[in-house]
Design a protein around this ligand. Structure first.
Ligand code: AMP
Length: 125
């Protein structure tokens, strides 16, 4: 069920549990600000989720509350991961769902990174 993009952070959400090492993930990258791992239900040949290490529900929450250092570190990680996977050519797509209308399901900020085939229109028409 879609979640709200703002509110009180839920420490039991699945990505919080991955960050604490309570459940496994297929890790792609980790640094001081971010963790990246393969989506469990990939929607493209490459489908990676990049999450900040801090307790942020969504991009709405993150951009309102995170420090400049956290924001820079997290966004830089997204670019670094794509570059390290050789995705700049032929390209990739980033997507972040925020709140109910977007269909956000996990209430910890995550950026989807899709690649590996022509990705079609941005939204289903
Ligand atoms: P969203 O709808 O933007 O909140 O996306 C949540 C994403 O998390 C979906 O693409 C799920 O397939 C993915 N997901 C859920 N649980 C896991 C998990 N344990 N490991 C990796 N990806 C997951």
């Amino acid at each position: 069920m879609p979640v709200k993009g703002i509110g009180t952070y839920d420490d039991t959400n699945i990505f919080a549990r991955i960050l604490r090492g309570e459940i496994p993930c297929r890790k792609v990258h980790e640094d001081a600000w971010s963790l990246a791992f393969h989506d469990i239900n990939p929607q493209a040949p490459t489908h990676i989720l990049v999450i900040p290490k801090g307790r942020y529900i969504s991009m709405a929450d993150f951009t309102a509350s995170a420090s400049s250092e956290e924001i820079a570190g997290f966004l830089r990680a997204v670019g670094t991961i794509a570059r390290s996977l050789g995705l700049e050519e032929p390209g990739y797509r980033l997507l972040a769902n925020v709140g109910e209308d977007s269909g956000q399901e996990v209430p910890h900020l995550h950026i989807h990174l899709f690649a590996g085939r022509p990705l079609g229109p941005m939204l289903v028409r």
